[in-house]
Design a protein around this ligand. Sequence first.
Ligand SMILES: [Fe+2]
Ligand SMILES: [Fe+2]
Length: 214
Amino acid sequence: MESYRQRLEGYFSEDPRLQRLYIRAKEAFDKKDLIAHGWDHTYRDIINAIRIGETKGANMGIVLPAVILHDIGFLYNPDPKVHNVVGAENCAEWLEEWRDEEKNHIKACILTHKGKYRGFPFEPATLEARVVCDADLLEKVGYIGLLQGVRTFVEFAHSSDPKFRALLTIAQTLAHIEDIPLYTKTGQKIAEERGGFLRTTLCKKALAELAEYV
Ligand SMILES: [Fe+2]
Ligand SMILES: [Fe+2]
């Protein structure tokens, strides 16, 4: 059976613009060297998006450029609260080879990629945007979600908010992010197989241990 990596290469063969975008984005993220929102994260999101998008029959010509670019906001501004808006505002310069109609759809996917996450008011309006959103949300699920969560707040501690230098603050933040609904059946199924938002449960236990140090 073809691996998801091979599926990605198949998309590159069908549309060489995608490969050029992928290489350019990877180079930019590698140069920026972010702890959590680097290429390591975006690459898993790309694979998640192929997995979810193909089963939903989504237009992968929109999903793939959108997921490749979904976190470019962090290349311009370290503030996580605005990274979706900054990414949407700046995506056109990455998409010169795409038609205006495609650019607008990709831009909307970037803007809404946080879905129902608290503090982000924009919800995805198209299937492609929901696929990008669920692909990214899977990074908060299971044991990957726990590791990626800790790594995210280490990044934020260095780039935008020193309060996350304290393990207690990281645990408090992760423990209070309740389950966020995924939009697609495939996304929900993968999330369920991985035990859901394990980090919430595990961080609640960590908080009980950390209470002994207060
Ligand atoms: Fe993001
Ligand atoms: Fe992301």
